[in-house]
Structure formats: structure tokens, C-alpha cells
Design a protein around this ligand. Structure first.
Ligand SMILES: Cc1cc2nc3c(=O)[nH]c(=O)nc-3n(C[C@H](O)[C@H](O)[C@H](O)COP(=O)(O)OP(=O)(O)OC[C@H]3O[C@@H](n4cnc5c(N)ncnc54)[C@H](O)[C@@H]3O)c2cc1C
Length: 396
């Protein structure tokens, strides 16, 4: 058994944990990241199923961290337009990056490609990266936390960051109460080919069962779909033949980019809203999906997590140290400041997504007419469009 000391131990080398690690290491903090997956540094040869729409604000920060330039050009797709409408109806919102003097509203990226770029950058700025390792029970003390790894080694850290995703082991370890809402929906994901080019426009159509998002990929005829469906329907869609699925998908998309056919397997993920009621427990702090998960209909989950990492790094990097140690009271104050600010951001997003979900799910004809009217009004009203454009531009 080896004992290692570090200032910050981050459990979870996903996008959020790695971005935080880089920001801290660049400011001279000693950081160790423990990631359960093996080979997170590898870019998969085939296009992978999970993608995220990264907004311009998050992109700017990832560029400052030095990770963005490590992304391979042929695996990233900036989108300049967005189109949102209700299935078979007259209501539509359309807006473009040019309306906000932006080059792009965001970029569609495979999660694994972004993680690989972040991992490589973390390594180059001196973060100690341990892949293929999990953790067992941590022990919490007044001024540090000790964590035993699967391989028997122990890490003693001044601060333990739980960046271990929606099913956070560390959050459960300390019994943090969580507000949980199961949408009883699954997000069906697949890569598809369209007979017409996507033209760099991200599209979202609201159907009775939930929204279908068509996210443009680097290939002008390829998109990644996220189709929110009631769980039973999602399972049925996954089981359809390729031809039947193509038909259903093309109809659901209102033929917006012609005939659609899957070019990958189909997979589905449960859609839940989760919100941890306490983000700080002594020397442990939650970030990203460990603290909150939101409905993917606005593609904001990862962006919100980057907002957490940005803010936490800013708080920690302004703290002084004595003999390499943080002062207990100052650290506590910094963590509380982080918790207050980021809880407010998460609640804002959760409330917005909840509103969208309530408004757009279901087939009630009166509600449907109201929605179409609402979308038409939104399309005409510049202040509301400005709101959407701000969302695209700012770190969430
Ligand atoms: C269908 C779908 C579509 C989405 N689309 C978008 C989108 O378009 N835009 C967007 O911004 N967001 C989107 N999201 C949300 C986004 O995927 C998440 O918010 C984001 O991945 C969270 O990042 P994270 O680093 O916090 O957690 P994760 O990505 O879950 O990473 C956690 C990491 O911790 C590791 N880990 C867990 N436990 C341990 C342990 N005990 N020891 C060591 N390692 C551990 C895991 O292996 C993993 O690598 C979507 C979500 C879904 C379900």
C-alpha cells in the first residue's frame, strides 16, 4: 500500500472533472484524478453515440484551458442556426449565430472525443491521472479526506471533488438527500444519415411523447439524434427493423432534412431530473452531474457542469495557502460561496426545463394550439430570441 498526498483529489475523469483539474493545475495546485474507465485518452475510431452540444461560453473556457485545440477538426461540428418547431403545426422558432454576432451557436462533439482531448491536456499541465481505478470507502476528517483506491493505494487530499456523475458514489457515501424526478422517458440516441444536408442547423421538433433533436455532425449528411420518448415506446423503437425505424423517424422529423436512416446501433438512456440538496460536506464538494442532472431537451447538462467547474476553480484559485495548506475557515467560505452561486444556476435551468417539459408534452389540442401560437410569437419577439441567444453565448 502506498500513501500519496495531494491538495485536490477529483473522483471522475468525465468532462467536468477534467476541466476542473486543468483549471486548478494551471494555477499551481496539485491535483490527482481517479477515473474508473480504462483508456479515456483514446479517441474512438468510429463515431460514438453520446454527443453534447457545447455552447460558445463553454467553448471559450475550454479554449483558455488549452483543451479545445486538441480536438480533431474532422470530429467537431459548429452549428450556425437553430430551428425549433411543433410537429405538424405552424409554430416555429428560428435563429442564427449572426443575429448575436457569433460565428456559431455551439458545437456538436462526441463526449468521448472531448474527454480524450481534456485528458491529454490535463496530463500536459501536470495533473496526475489514474485510469482504470475505482475507489472504496473514503474517510472524512476535519482538515483532509483519505480515500482508498481499488488497488489498495491511499490518497490523502485537502479537498475531495465528486465529479463521478449522476449515480455519484461519493454523494451516496455521505447520505446527501437528492430531489429526484423520473420523467418516465428514455433518450434514444443514434447516428443517422439524411438524404438532404443539415446545413449546420440544429433542429428540435416537439412531438406528443417528447422532443426529437437532430444535431448536425461534421459530415453534412450525418446527424446525431436524441429522441425523448416514453420508456415503453423507446424500447419498441430500439427493437424496430432499420427500415421501420427510418420511416418512423422521417415522419417524426417532418421530413426536415429528407429521408433519414440510422447508420449506427440505437441506445437509450433514462431521463431524470436530480438535484442534490447539499453540495458541500466538510471537505467534499459535488460538481456536474453528481450535483444535478437535467432533461436534455435544451442540451445544457454538460454546459451547466462546466459552469460549476469554472466557478469552483475561480473560488479555489483565489485562496491563499500556508505551507501548502488551505485555511479551514477560508476554504469553508469559498465552498459555501460556490454552492450558493451554482445551486441558483442549477435551479434556474431545472425550472426552465421543467416548464418546457410541461408545456410541450402531451397531445391536448387546446394546449397544442397555444404552443404553436406561443412559438410563433417567440419567433417574432426579439427579446425572447435574445434570451435564447444569450443562453448559447454564456457559460451556463
Ligand atoms: C441522452 C442525453 C443527451 C445529452 N445531451 C447533452 C447536450 O447536448 N449538451 C449538454 O451540455 N449535455 C447533454 N447531456 C448531459 C451530459 O451528458 C452530462 O451533463 C455530462 O456528461 C456530465 O458530465 P460529468 O463529467 O459531470 O459526468 P459524467 O460524464 O457522467 O462523468 C463521470 C465520470 O466519473 C467516472 N466515475 C464514476 N464513478 C466513479 C468512481 N467511483 N471511481 C472512478 N471514476 C468514477 C465515470 O466513469 C465517468 O467517466 C445529455 C445527457 C443525456 C442523457
Amino acid at each position: 500500500m502506498a500513501l500519496q498526498r495531494t491538495q485536490v483529489l477529483i473522483v471522475g475523469g468525465g468532462m467536468v472533472g477534467l476541466a476542473l483539474a486543468i483549471a486548478l493545475a494551471k494555477a499551481g495546485r496539485s491535483v490527482v484524478v481517479v477515473e474508473r474507465n480504462e483508456h479515456p485518452e483514446k479517441i474512438p475510431e468510429q463515431t460514438s453515440l453520446r454527443v453534447s452540444a457545447i455552447n460558445a461560453g463553454a467553448q471559450k473556457w475550454l479554449t483558455e484551458l488549452g483543451a479545445w485545440e486538441r480536438l480533431p477538426n474532422d470530429r467537431i461540428a459548429a452549428y450556425q442556426g437553430m430551428s425549433v418547431w411543433e410537429h405538424d403545426s405552424f409554430g416555429k422558432i428560428e435563429f442564427t449565430a449572426a443575429q448575436a454576432d457569433l460565428q456559431a451557436l455551439g458545437t456538436i462533439l462526441e463526449n468521448q472525443v472531448l474527454v480524450a482531448a481534456l485528458w491529454q491536456q490535463a496530463k500536459s499541465v501536470g495533473v496526475e491521472l489514474l485510469a482504470g481505478v475505482g475507489i472504496s470507502k473514503p474517510e472524512y476528517h476535519e482538515s483532509d479526506v483519505s480515500v482508498e483506491l481499488d488497488n489498495g493505494n491511499v490518497i490523502l487530499a485537502q479537498l475531495l471533488v465528486a465529479a463521478d456523475g449522476a449515480r455519484s458514489q461519493l454523494r451516496e457515501e455521505v447520505g446527501t438527500p437528492v430531489i429526484h424526478r423520473d420523467y418516465e422517458q428514455q433518450g434514444l440516441v443514434a447516428t443517422i444519415e439524411s438524404s438532404e444536408p443539415h446545413q449546420g442547423i440544429a433542429r428540435q421538433v416537439f412531438l406528443a411523447g417528447g422532443p426529437l433533436a437532430l444535431l448536425p455532425m461534421a459530415n453534412p449528411h450525418q446527424s446525431s439524434i436524441v429522441w425523448s420518448l416514453p420508456s415503453v415506446e423507446a424500447a419498441a423503437m430500439c427493437a424496430l427493423s432499420e427500415e421501420e425505424f427510418s420511416q418512423q423517424l422521417t415522419v417524426a422529423s417532418n421530413n426536415c432534412i429528407g429521408l433519414l436512416k440510422p447508420v449506427s446501433e440505437r441506445a437509450s438512456f433514462p431521463l431524470i431530473m436530480q438535484y442534490a440538496q447539499e453540495w458541500v460536506h466538510g471537505r467534499q464538494v459535488l460538481v456536474g452531474d453528481a450535483a444535478h442532472t437535467i432533461h436534455p431537451l435544451a442540451g445544457q447538462g454538460a454546459n451547466l457542469g462546466f459552469g460549476d467547474a469554472f466557478y469552483l476553480a475561480k473560488q479555489l484559485n483565489t485562496l491563499g495557502t500556508l505551507n501548502g495548506q488551505w485555511d479551514n475557515t477560508e476554504l469553508k467560505r469559498a465552498l459555501r460561496g460556490y454552492e450558493r452561486a451554482r445551486k441558483a444556476a442549477a435551479v434556474r435551468h431545472i425550472a426552465t426545463m421543467e416548464g418546457f417539459h410541461q408545456l410541450f408534452t402531451g397531445n391536448n389540442p387546446i394546449l397544442k394550439m397555444g404552443r404553436s401560437l406561443g412559438l410563433s410569437l417567440v419567433n417574432q419577439s426579439n427579446p425572447v430570441k435574445d434570451f435564447f441567444l444569450r443562453q448559447a453565448n454564456e457559460l451556463a
